[in-house]
Design a protein around this ligand. Structure first.
Ligand SMILES: Cc1cc2nc3c(=O)[nH]c(=O)nc-3n(C[C@H](O)[C@H](O)[C@H](O)COP(=O)(O)OP(=O)(O)OC[C@H]3O[C@@H](n4cnc5c(N)ncnc54)[C@H](O)[C@@H]3O)c2cc1C
Length: 232
């Protein structure tokens, strides 16, 4: 049996290699989208042609989104708990996750490669800065180790996993599966590959684009060239 903490073959690493997002499987192609859009005519096509690409453009630009919902993707995501918290706000995804009520193995913590400073104007944003953060990052690592030691101590004392996990920090890495249709995925990418989003979740959104661009190239071309540009 495979370990769920091992990435799928088709994956992209993020956060300096500690995190990843991988494609577990998918249903449908760009031909599925145009077939769904033309279902009222009772005809189906196997291959895309130029007219279909024009139709795809039209659907995306005009937010005629229901045909996109026939294409579905399942991802496996390895990310810090705080990224998972942001991700799971997207209610149109279906999720399953490793439970710390069941297992205490493979505990791992995200150590940022660089610390950012608090943004002066935007209260939820950060800015890159060239300060010497080595001591602070080392302290973060030590803090993680102390949390892990306390967690293990609680388990050794017979405390249940569901309570002991309360001492594990927000940068604990978690693995979950998320399934979403293409329409809601584009909405997620629009919000999360944005300068308003936290750098860490933005890394995942960019990685998803990298995974999907070869599978739905025309959709991404229109989405990135027109829809994203219009919103800037
Ligand atoms: C940069 C950024 C900052 C954020 N900051 C905060 C914050 O400070 N605090 C905070 O609490 N959240 C914050 N969020 C989360 C945000 O409010 C949304 O919960 C999150 O982005 C999911 O968006 P969504 O609801 O559109 O997506 P989904 O849940 O995937 O929904 C997609 C679309 O489906 C429709 N929909 C889904 N469920 C319902 C429903 N129950 N009723 C009606 N329509 C529905 C809506 O049209 C929705 O846009 C932030 C998000 C971003 C991107």
């Amino acid at each position: 049996m495979k370990n769920v903490n091992d990435p799928p073959d088709n994956h992209v690493r993020v956060l300096g290699g500690q995190g990843w997002v991988g494609l577990v499987g998918h249903l449908g192609t760009e031909a599925t989208i145009v077939n769904a859009a033309r279902v009222s005519f009772g005809r189906m096509k196997e291959e895309m042609d130029e007219r279909d690409i024009v139709l795809l453009d039209y659907l995306i630009e005009n937010r005629h989104t229901s045909p996109l919902e026939h294409v579905v993707f399942t991802f496996s995501v390895h990310c810090p708990l705080f990224v998972r918290g942001q991700w799971h706000r997207h209610r149109t995804w279906s999720y399953n996750e490793i439970s710390r009520r069941y297992t205490e193995v493979d505990l791992e913590f995200y150590t940022p490669g660089k610390l950012r400073k608090q943004a002066a104007v935007n209260r939820q944003a950060s800015v890159e800065s060239d300060f010497d953060d080595r001591d602070l990052r080392e302290r973060m690592c030590n803090h993680n180790k102390e949390c892990l030691a306390l967690y293990n101590r609680l388990l050794e004392s017979g405390v249940c996993r569901e309570q002991a996990r309360g001492v594990l920090p927000q940068n604990m890495m978690v693995t979950f599966w998320g399934t979403v249709d293409l329409n809601n995925l584009l909405h997620f990418l629009d919000l999360r590959d944005s300068e308003h989003a936290q750098w860490e979740i933005r890394e995942y959104a960019k990685a998803i684009k990298q995974l999907l661009r070869p599978l739905v190239p025309n959709v991404f071309k229109t989405f990135e060239e027109r829809v994203c540009r219009l919103r800037k």
